[in-house]
Design a protein around this ligand. Structure first.
Ligand code: FES
Length: 162
């Protein structure tokens, strides 16, 4: 079991206290708290949350597998999100994704997150990032990048990832 910071445990207790009649309703808040604290939802996390709420682990697991925002594996220090929705698809998002793959020398199913072996990067297609007029667009962690349409631009973005 991981070390729990007292702040984390206090937030968990507070979240549960919001649902005195139905502790089960705290499942999603607890999953968010766990992911925020540990980076992803481990098997350990699923069991811990289930026990905390008096549920079966399967009831937590089904939420983790249903909602795409929950991660079941650790993500890289840099999370690269490439938009694949229509405008970006027409504007070259497949090429952008491919260029990132080649530059980072990573392989994997483009339908899911692709992790670099050193744990530094996670590359993933996502849906519309709300800048459809400046395709193709991507995000690296919380930073937004528009018209990423050349290898030079990709190199410049990755050079900032230390
Ligand atoms: S389609 Fe890519 S930002 Fe909207």
């Amino acid at each position: 079991m991981p070390q729990f910071r007292p702040e984390f445990l206090a937030k968990v207790d507070e979240a549960i206290a919001h649902y005195p009649a139905f502790k089960r309703s705290a499942s999603l808040p607890l999953l968010h708290l766990w992911q925020e604290e540990f980076g992803y939802i481990s098997n350990e996390g699923i069991h811990w949350i289930a026990e905390k709420l008096g549920l079966q682990p399967i009831q937590i697991l089904e939420l983790v597998t249903f909602y795409p925002m929950f991660r079941q594996k650790p993500f890289g220090k840099y999370h690269i999100k490439v938009c694949r929705t229509l405008s970006c698809a027409l504007g070259g998002s497949s090429e952008l994704h491919e260029r990132f793959k080649k530059t980072l020398r990573v392989e994997g199913d483009p339908h899911g997150p692709i992790h670099s072996p050193d744990g530094k990067y996670t590359l993933e297609f996502v849906e519309c990032l709300a800048s459809c007029g400046t395709a193709p667009v991507c995000m690296i962690n919380d930073d937004f990048h528009e018209k990423v349409d050349s290898q030079e631009k990709i190199n410049a973005l990755l050079a900032k990832c230390n």
